[in-house]
Every structure is written in structure tokens, then in C-alpha cells.
Design a protein around this ligand. Structure first.
Ligand SMILES: NC(=O)c1ccc[n+]([C@@H]2O[C@H](COP(=O)([O-])OP(=O)(O)OC[C@H]3O[C@@H](n4cnc5c(N)ncnc54)[C@H](OP(=O)(O)O)[C@@H]3O)[C@@H](O)[C@H]2O)c1
Length: 318
């Protein structure tokens, strides 16, 4: 079996009860408590702490935020702003002076310990005067609900952006590496349909939300691409456009977990991932969400555009 997603490639799924885009009003108290103390002018330029800033989404959030005129503090364990979710000693310096922050928890928004870390981080952010926190979450990932709730309970203006499976999983990171090396995508995605989202759309939504003051405070925004595709469809589309044949090999989640174990992924993480894939890749994500249009006033980027650009950029060349 080809290498698996390991740490970087998780999240993204859904269940039907998560399709709502507005949290219940009991969770909206932060809107009232922060209103008096925050600047409300949406056009304000801000200092934005971007976690996961070297990753698929964070790098695009940093870019979009800079394009919008904000000052970016690009944070990761590798810097330039040192930040580690597992080391609270790094949080204060990363947060100090920031007006807002984008939170991409690692290894996953729903992984063990995520709720505790995000809750503590959000409270620290509030103490330091950070006014708006945007959490990257995953559509329908029930394991992520505790993390979202911890954010909402922290007393800081918050927004959750729940994303569909990223298109860039096929072009960046371990799954893409495996495709390039072995010519196949081995994955427990069965024949389920998923509206893959371009992470640039996720990033633009995040930055628009941050720039909109109170408008999306206390909201859960679900974002997806505009077209349902199976993993097999996606791989076939990449093959057609790129002129290199890739195959899709669906496997059971437990089989996939065994392979991850073989690659040295810690047991707790393997168990989490098996549960995640068994629940989130059962077809529950087979619907499109309108968050991109709601926030950006346009539809999401087409998967075929992502593929064409990837081919042009040699994303699937050996
Ligand atoms: N994959 C999907 O389809 C999908 C869909 C919806 C939501 N999500 C969520 O998206 C997030 C992943 O985002 P991504 O795909 O952009 O990540 P990614 O490409 O895997 O990049 C990970 C980023 O996080 C940093 N990082 C890794 N471990 C860290 C730690 N312990 N503390 C602080 N930073 C750390 C990495 O830099 P360093 O290694 O230098 O620290 C890197 O910047 C997860 O929360 C996941 O649940 C994923």
C-alpha cells in the first residue's frame, strides 16, 4: 500500500445534522460581550496571526490576508513566528499584538486534545486582546464539534469555517506524493461523492470573514466546491488532463490504518483516523454548501480549473 495521509491529511467530512450554518443563540453571547470593545469598521487593516502558515490552507490565508492589506504573522513550528499547538509556552509571543487569528489545529481539528488546546488558546487570545478568531473545521466531522464548542465558549468573537475535502489533497502533501511516486491513490474513500474545495476559496472566505467585523460572528460557515465527484472521478480527471494514468484503489479504513501504523503513525492517531474515515467517508458529505457564495458573492473555483492549473504547474509529474 502507498504511503497514507498520516498527520497532515485529515478532516473534511460531515453528517446531516451539521448542515446548519448558524449556531444556536446560546453560543452567540460573545457577540454581545465583544461588541463594545472591538473596532467595527470592516475596512480596518489588522495584524493577523495565521497558524499552519506553511501548510495548504494557512499559506493561502497568509497570502490572501496580505493581499487585503493586513499584516501577517506567519506561524508554524518551523517559523517564522514560532508556534506549536502542543507547547503553550509558544502561544503568548505568537498572539501578542495580533488583532485576529486563523486557527488550523494539527494534526486535525477533531484529533484527541484539539478541544482542550483550541479552548485554552482562544482564552489566552482573549486575555491578550485578540478580537476575532476563525477556526478551520471540517464539514460533518463529529469529532470536531467539541473543538468548535471550546472556541465558542472562550469569550472571544469567533467564526467557524467548515470546509469540504480539499482539492489540494490531490496535489500537495502525502497523498499527492504517493500518487506521483506510485501512480495510484490508495484511500478509504469508497465511491462516495465529495464536493472538493480549492483551498484558495477557503482562504479567501477566512480573510473576508476577518475583514467583516461582526457580520459573521458566532457563525458556522460551511464551504465546498460546486460539483460532486468521487475520489475515482477526481483521479480520472487528473489522469485525463495530465496525460498520465493514475489509478484509484479504495481500501477499508482499518486496512488503511494498518498501513499508517506501518509508517510509524502513533497508535492514538491511527485509531482516531480509522474512526474519522469510517464515519466521514460514508457518503454523508455528498452535498454542496453555499458558504463561498454567501461570503464572497461568487461561486467556488471549479475542480477542473484546479486540475488544469496543477497540470500546468507539473503537480503530478514524477
Ligand atoms: N485535508 C482536508 O481535506 C481538510 C478539510 C477540512 C479541514 N481540514 C483541517 O485542516 C487542517 C489542516 O490544514 P492544512 O491541510 O492546511 O495543513 P497542512 O498542509 O498539513 O500543514 C500543516 C501546517 O501546520 C503546521 N503544524 C504541524 N504541526 C503543528 C503543531 N504541532 N503546531 C503548530 N503547527 C503545526 C505545519 O508547519 P510545521 O510542521 O512547520 O509546524 C504546517 O504549516 C486540520 O485542522 C484539518 O482538520 C482538513
Amino acid at each position: 500500500m502507498a504511503p497514507g495521509p498520516g498527520r497532515q491529511l485529515t478532516g473534511a467530512m460531515t453528517d446531516n445534522r451539521t448542515r446548519e450554518t448558524t449556531r444556536d443563540t446560546t453560543r452567540d453571547t460573545t457577540r454581545e460581550t465583544t461588541r463594545e470593545t472591538t473596532r467595527e469598521t470592516p475596512e480596518n487593516t489588522m495584524t493577523v496571526l495565521v497558524t499552519g502558515a506553511t501548510g495548504r490552507v494557512g499559506s493561502r490565508v497568509a497570502e490572501a490576508a496580505r493581499d487585503a492589506g493586513h499584516e501577517v504573522r506567519a506561524a508554524a513550528r518551523s517559523g517564522p513566528v514560532l508556534f506549536d499547538w502542543t507547547d503553550p509556552a509558544t502561544w503568548t509571543d505568537a498572539l501578542r499584538g495580533a488583532d485576529a487569528a486563523f486557527l488550523a489545529h494539527q494534526p486535525d481539528v477533531g484529533s484527541p486534545g484539539a478541544a482542550e488546546a483550541v479552548g485554552a488558546f482562544a482564552r489566552r487570545a482573549g486575555e491578550l486582546g485578540v478580537r476575532h478568531l476563525v477556526l478551520l473545521s471540517a464539514r460533518g466531522e463529529h469529532q470536531a464539534h467539541a473543538t468548535e464548542d471550546a472556541l465558542a465558549a472562550a469569550g472571544v468573537r469567533w467564526t467557524v469555517v467548515r470546509a469540504a475535502w480539499f482539492a489540494q489533497n490531490f496535489s500537495e502533501g502525502p497523498l499527492a506524493d504517493a500518487m506521483r511516486e506510485g501512480g495510484e491513490l490508495v484511500f478509504p474513500g469508497g465511491e462516495v461523492l465529495e464536493p472538493f474545495i480549492d483551498v484558495r476559496d477557503v482562504a479567501e472566505v477566512v480573510v473576508a470573514v476577518l475583514g467583516a467585523g461582526e457580520r459573521y460572528a458566532g457563525r458556522v460557515l460551511e464551504v465546498s466546491g460546486g460539483r460532486l465527484l468521487s475520489f475515482r472521478d477526481a483521479v480520472a480527471e487528473i489522469s485525463r488532463a495530465g496525460g498520465r494514468e493514475f489509478s484509484y484503489v479504495p481500501v477499508a479504513a482499518v486496512e488503511y490504518g494498518a498501513a499508517l501504523r506501518g509508517f510509524g503513525v502513533p497508535e492514538g492517531e491511527v485509531e482516531f483516523l480509522i474512526d474519522l474515515f469510517e464515519t466521514n467517508l460514508d457518503g454523508r458529505n455528498a452535498y454542496v454548501s453555499d458558504g463561498v457564495r454567501e461570503v464572497l458573492g461568487r461561486g467556488p473555483r471549479e475542480f477542473s480549473r484546479f486540475v488544469d492549473e496543477g497540470v500546468a504547474g507539473a503537480a503530478w509529474k514524477r
